[in-house]
Ligand binder design. Sequence first.
Ligand code: NAD
Ligand code: TDX
Length: 340
Amino acid sequence: MKNILVTGGAGFIGSNFVKYLLQNFDYNVINFDKLTYAGNLENLTDIEKDPRYTFFKGDICSEQDVEKALTENKVDTIVNFAAESHVDRSILGPKEFIVTNVIGTQVLLEAARKLGIEKYLQVSTDEVYGSLPEDKPELLFTEKTPITTNSPYSASKASADLLVNAYYHTFKMPVLTTRCSNNYGPYQFPEKLIPLMIAKAVDGQKLPVYGDGKNVRDWLYVEDHCSAICEVLHKGKIGEVYNIGGNNEWYNIDIVKIILKILGKGEDHITYVKDRPGHDRRYAIDSSKIMKELGWAPKYQFDGGIEKTIKWYVENENWWRRIMKGEYLNYFEKNYSNKM
Ligand code: NAD
Ligand code: TDX
């Protein structure tokens, strides 16, 4: 049986991925997570007793932590989700993004090289391709689109991707990279657009839309991201990059209106606030490579996925209320007080 180290497995996509692996494959899964503000072991209570699951509290920036987790658990495969992931936080404080996303990736790669790991998969993002023009809807990000980064977050993720590529070329490391569009679904930290807007709508508060609300994002249900990563891990060509997306572009304002409608709340709850600095206008992914070469396709349509997601947040109010009472309050004050 393979032993797979999933870094960032207590976060949004990582926790969904840990469960997806346990449900669909026979892997021993080691969840390696520092438990930052975004890491929440409550995301994993339903599988924590599975004998194939182990939690290791560690920092990807620490050589000691990483090597200990890899050797103790005889790890042969690494999937790296661990990152600082919120663009607004990268604007308030870029340094942590460079430390975790760049140095952390390098530490993982170096340990993987030293210990002869069989496969390393880097979970990256479509944000490394910058922003697409609004007036050219036919333009999509392909794997050949040049890296152009506009936020400290995307710059840190792109730097990590370049390191992965360097380790492939220089050290012949068995690496793979995936670049996915915006995810949505259960367990997403309520600082990101969809869970934040659901929480505010449930509470009858104002929903803060940045700028004119006409920025475009390409949304994919988190389970479809997990299935795509597994396809790449199992069938992807070493050294290559695979884009993942749902071919599902939406204006932010329309997402907010859908949420209000499903929750039976009026559009008078919408408030336009000062824009995010350097706000990328449009993301849209061309997923034809992974679809044609690896036979992957998303399972969820947006209307079903968003309804399922909203239902989950409504039924799991305690999950996000506990988070919002904690560290989040401080961040909310910092990020929104000069925008309103
Ligand atoms: P998240 O913020 O919800 O979770 C990040 C996890 O990483 C947390 O559990 C946190 O504790 C952990 N972590 C942070 N620093 C760490 C460190 N130094 N050592 C060990 N663990 C650490 O993020 P997410 O939204 O689940 O994103 C996961 C990955 O997917 C990230 O690499 C992100 O760039 C990428 N991605 C996210 C999206 C999206 O829409 N959310 C889309 C494409 C790619
Ligand atoms: O309060 C808000 N109001 C608003 O209008 C927030 C939090 C966001 N927005 C806008 C900004 C974006 O155009 O909504 C859009 C989505 O915002 P986020 O949820 O912060 O996501 P985004 O900035 O697009 O980045 C996400 O997708 C790519 C993830 O956070 C990244 O980790 C991933 O790599």
